[in-house]
Design a protein around this ligand. Structure first.
Ligand code: NAD
Ligand code: UGA
Length: 463
């Protein structure tokens, strides 16, 4: 359906706001989309050739629409005033201080955005929760909007399910679009308007309309279930190492059961990313506050298992290198939390590196996409050290070969395709002997590596 003249604004030009709104602009040429942010640097980057986030295919989508029906701006008030639909895609990190610290979501940015909307909106607005939020947030937001505002607001929940690294294909062909709203007449109309936006390219039977609480909860549940699968296979990887089974063979055999399915059963050094841990902890916190400690405990185990897996990987390295890594050079390949992104939020590499620093190893890091400054920020924060102190232990390298030169061990922490293509004969020649490989992603050809002379340890594999 044509929605000629419809104006959309999105507050928050991050990993979610940028790609999702660009896709809407691409698929709905008659709709004007404006993305706004408090960070002028981010907006400048969106308006440049050097986009603030790396995501395959994103550049093409942005350049196809930018300046036509897609705009990036810091004029938040103007965008709010013009818009019919306002998406809010601001960050909702785990609270660092106060009640619920370490678990509950910090909704400060969300509330600030809502108060801004209430202050400047003069005509009725559909306000859409795009950020991941705790259940009942829509109720609080609605109270803020109606308490401080002078017009009518319909608050909808429309959580985002894209994964980084595949955001554009995920958005182009989503498994489903979820829209939650109030079931009164005005809420229904708002849901229909938003559904019509997605219906430009998503089949109607994949657009689910639910009550607002189901929608908010489903997002936390989806991430918790996905993370649970990773923790389950990682737990089994420990059993494999203890027993001689091969975790990839087990995952394949189990995943071919159509009731279980093959996806998200790749054993790894541990899951990362800005959301899995945050969203599980949020669910745990909500369960505790609903008086459901058993449910909270059940999901908390997913995070504990992930911490265990990261620590187990570090333990493998130390144990493999004759119980000490002090002064030994270790090449850490990959710093992003997964391939095809430059994002390092909650990356397992950060914890692995921090632990190696605690053991006084010399860590040489290479990642094809992560910015140098980001690595220093992550490590100074994680290690509670200043940059000069961290630099006593860590060097950043321009490529994998440089990182591996003279190293006692290579540890693969991110599954970048280019690591599979390395000339391992050359790598072997430059490394200290005996040369160890710790494959935290099971992406390398272990038999060939052993033939070359490497000692290979992999997740959930027989030694
Ligand atoms: P992000 O940090 O990349 O982007 C958030 C942006 O909001 C930042 O640019 C920040 O400057 C801006 N912002 C904060 N407060 C603002 C305000 N009051 N006014 C204007 N701009 C403001 O975060 P993200 O990764 O895009 O995540 C956003 C939300 O989406 C989170 O709730 C997250 O849980 C959820 N989510 C993320 C992903 C993902 O893959 N990253 C996927 C699905 C859902
Ligand atoms: C995840 C979800 O997949 C998205 O649906 C959701 O929208 C998003 O979180 C969010 O809410 O932020 P993302 O974190 O970007 O997306 O990436 P994933 O592909 O889910 O990977 C998360 C982590 O799990 C990565 O560190 C990845 O390497 C790890 N992983 C994933 C495994 O170790 N094994 C697997 O089999 C799958």
């Amino acid at each position: 359906p044509s929605q000629d003249g419809l104006k959309i604004c999105c507050i928050g030009a991050g990993y979610v706001g940028g790609p999702t709104m660009s896709m809407i602009a691409l698929k709905c040429p008659e709709v004007q989309v404006k993305i706004v942010d408090i960070s002028a640097a981010r907006i400048d980057a969106w308006n440049s050739d050097n986009l603030p986030i790396y995501e395959p295919g994103l550049h093409k989508v942005v350049t196809a629409c930018r300046g036509k029906n897609l705009f990036f701006s810091t004029d938040i008030d103007e965008a709010i005033q013009e818009a019919d639909i306002i998406f809010v895609a601001v960050n909702t990190p785990t609270k660092k201080v106060g009640i619920g610290a370490g678990r509950a979501s910090d909704l400060t940015y969300w509330e600030l955005a809502a108060r801004r909307i209430a202050q400047v909106a003069e005509t009725p607005k559909i306000v859409v929760e795009k950020s991941t939020v705790p259940i009942k947030t829509a109720e609080a937001i609605s109270a803020v909007l109606h308490g401080a505002g002078k017009t009518r607001f319909d608050v909808l929940s429309n959580p985002e399910f894209l994964a980084e690294g595949t955001a554009i294909t995920d958005l182009d062909n989503p498994d489903r679009v979820l829209i939650g709203g109030q079931l009164d007449e005005s809420g229904q109309k708002a849901m229909d308007t938003l559904a019509d936006v997605y219906a430009h390219w998503v089949p109607r039977d994949r657009i689910l309309l639910t009550n607002v609480w189901s929608s908010e909860l489903s997002k936390l549940v989806a991430n918790s279930f996905l993370a649970q699968r990773v923790s389950s296979i990682n737990a089994i990887s420990a059993v494999c190492e203890a027993s001689g089974a091969d975790v990839d063979e087990v995952a394949r055999a189990v995943g071919m059961d159509t009731r279980i399915g093959p996806k998200f059963l790749k054993a790894s050094v541990g899951f990362g990313g800005s959301c899995f841990q945050k969203d599980i902890l949020n669910l745990v916190y909500l369960c505790e506050s609903f008086g459901l400690p058993e449910v909270a405990h059940y999901f908390h185990q997913v995070v504990h298992m992930n911490d265990y897996q990261k620590e187990r990987f570090v333990g493998r390295i130390i144990h493999g290198l004759y119980n000490t890594v002090t002064g030994k050079k270790i090449a850490l390949l990959g710093f992003a939390f997964k391939k095809d992104t430059g994002d390092t939020r909650e990356s397992a590499s950060i914890d692995v590196c921090r632990r190696l620093i605690e053991e006084k190893a010399q860590v040489a890091i290479y990642d094809p996409k992560v910015e140098e400054e980001q690595v220093w920020m992550d490590l100074t924060y994680a290690c509670k050290m200043d940059k000069t102190e961290v630099q006593k232990y860590v060097t950043l390298c321009p490529d994998a070969l440089t990182a591996c030169k003279d190293a006692h061990a290579m540890a693969v922490a991110t599954e970048w395709d280019e690591f599979k293509e390395l000339d391992f004969h050359q790598v072997y020649d430059t490394m200290t002997k005996p040369s160890f490989v710790f494959d935290g992603r099971n992406i390398l050809d272990h038999a060939t590596l052993r033939e070359i002379g490497f000692v290979v340890y992999a997740i959930g594999k027989p030694l």
